[in-house]
Write a protein that binds this ligand. Structure first.
Ligand SMILES: C[S@@+](CC[C@H](N)C(=O)[O-])C[C@H]1O[C@@H](n2cnc3c(N)ncnc32)[C@H](O)[C@@H]1O
Length: 224
């Protein structure tokens, strides 16, 4: 099976082609709410940073919260899972798992959430990754915005977060699955750290922007 591909496809359909436990680790970030306004766009089509917002329109598949079938298939194809948005999926997970992950966004007085929480299937302690993610303020660059990651997705997570997850929860040679790739930060982290991966993104615009971001990253790697 071909690896290191990002498919513009529904992830449940995509996962069906893999045998049990094909991936050693799935790091996933599914939509966790349908949006308060299902009859039209929520807010402006584009943010001030030029990021295309979610399309919260009626029947929009891209922002459907995944049901039991998704989690069943995810567990079938992957040995271990890290699942973001865990606080929104109460009841779905094995509550005896002690190893949850907190991403502390270090975002001061921002009205956005202070942190994001991931369920994991691992049996180790709760861990916190602190990394600033607040508009123009990113990471520990001391205000040097030229080092910022370009934002192309409304719920983009930093590449640094995925690299930290891979460093702590993956082993050399692992195959990584991301079912909801969005900006493709996970794929960039995998490439940077030498992991094989497969990713899915249903929305064609996000898929196009995400794969272009990956292409640019790979071109840069070749250059240096
Ligand atoms: C919360 S965002 C993921 C953001 C990503 N972690 C990042 O760092 O950019 C969820 C993404 O899943 C996509 N999506 C929703 N349903 C999907 C499905 N069934 N299969 C694949 N992608 C899906 C949405 O279009 C959206 O881009």
């Amino acid at each position: 099976m071909e690896l290191n591909k990002i498919y513009n496809q529904d992830c449940i359909e995509g996962m069906r082609q893999y045998p049990d436990k094909f991936f050693q680790l799935a790091i996933v970030d599914p939509p966790y709410f349908q949006g308060p306004n299902l009859s039209g766009y929520y807010g402006k089509g584009y943010s001030n940073l030029g990021v295309k917002r979610a399309k919260y329109y009626k029947g929009c598949k891209e922002w459907n919260v995944p049901g039991p079938e998704y989690f069943q298939e995810l567990r079938r194809v992957s040995k271990n899972q890290i699942i973001w948005g865990a606080n929104h999926f109460a009841g779905v997970f094995d509550s005896s798992s002690p190893c949850w992950i907190i991403w502390d966004k270090d975002n001061g007085k921002s009205s956005f959430a202070d942190a994001e929480i991931a369920y994991t299937s691992f049996r180790s302690a709760v861990r916190i990754f602190k990394y600033m993610w607040n508009g123009m303020h990113q990471g520990s660059f001391g205000g040097d915005v030229s080092k910022n990651e370009k934002r192309i997705h409304p719920t983009q997570k930093p590449v640094a977060l995925y690299k930290w997850l891979l460093a702590h929860y993956a082993n050399a040679g692992d195959k990584i699955l991301d079912t909801h790739a969005g900006s493709c930060s996970s794929a960039i982290a995998c490439i940077d750290m030498g992991f094989d991966y497969i990713a899915y993104e249903l929305d064609h615009d996000y898929w196009k922007a995400g794969t272009e971001r990956v292409r640019q990253f790979e071109a840069q790697l070749k250059l240096f």
